[in-house]
Design a protein around this ligand. Structure first.
Ligand code: PGA
Length: 247
């Protein structure tokens, strides 16, 4: 595995991820971030918000970041959609502008995906992408079977992804998502992959130590030239070579 790995106690996960993000972004004059949503990055965004508030970290030189995916819902203010997520977890983080988001209510979603991809291309592509990992190995909504070149698009969600989302959506889980493609994600100059909790242990081991294959899209990260991984001890528990000694 070529990735740089950090394993920490669960209570240090957010701080460790924040520290790593600052190291990765430090190499860029005006860093452009790709932002994951979901439960995994919340401790990072909270740690970052705290440090911005206290003046320890300034985000002023960061460009307006890009969200990496969005559920297709018919209300932009849906509590499980990006607008509510970033209002809650990113509001205290003043980059040069607001987070670029897909519009899941656009009348023509493939056109919306193309618009979003064009905006990212015009901005020069991502410097650092923050990623979670699905229990099926997806990155954003690039589900198993997605080729590494696939572009930003409207994507159908798998049964497994929908089952995980049911925790938040209840009975009305969306069938589709808008997602940055693996092409755009793997083209990020640096990657920060985050995973915590026991339920991610098996897929983390498959992604980082298993064969590189579209059956586990996150395994493509093994071939990324600059990938950092921050795990808590629970998510690292199945890795063969990492003795999960808390940092
Ligand atoms: P989670 O989702 O952070 O809510 O576990 C991760 C993902 O599906 O990418």
């Amino acid at each position: 595995m070529g990735a740089q790995l950090t394993i920490v106690r669960p209570e240090s996960f957010g701080i460790a991820a924040c520290r790593e993000l600052m190291v990765l972004a430090g190499g860029f004059k005006t860093p452009l971030l790709g932002l994951a949503t979901g439960s995994t990055p919340i401790p990072l965004y909270e740690a970052l918000s705290e440090r911005v508030r206290s003046g320890e970290i300034s985000m002023a030189r960061f460009q307006s970041p890009f969200a990496i995916d969005e559920y297709v819902v018919d209300d932009r203010d849906h509590p499980c959609a990006n607008r509510a997520f970033f209002a809650r977890y990113w509001a205290a983080i003043p980059t040069t502008g607001p987070v670029h988001q897909f519009d899941p209510t656009a009348p023509d979603l493939p056109t919306e995906a193309a618009r979003f991809a064009e905006g990212l291309k015009d901005a020069g592509g991502l410097d650092v992408v923050i990623l979670g990992i699905g229990i099926n190995g997806h990155l954003a909504f690039n589900e198993p079977g997605t080729g590494r070149e696939r572009a930003t698009r409207l994507a159908e969600l798998t049964v497994q992804t929908r089952a995980s989302a049911a925790l938040f959506f209840g009975d009305a889980v969306p069938t589709h998502g808008l997602t940055l493609g693996l092409g755009e994600i793997l083209a990020a100059r640096r990657v920060l992959l985050l995973a915590n909790g026991e339920k991610k242990a098996e897929i983390v081991a498959r992604a980082l130590e298993g064969p590189v294959s579209s059956t586990c899209p996150a395994s493509f990260l093994q071939e990324h030239p600059d990938c950092s991984v921050v795990l808590d001890t629970a998510a690292a528990a199945r890795l063969k070579w990492a003795q999960a000694g808390p940092a």
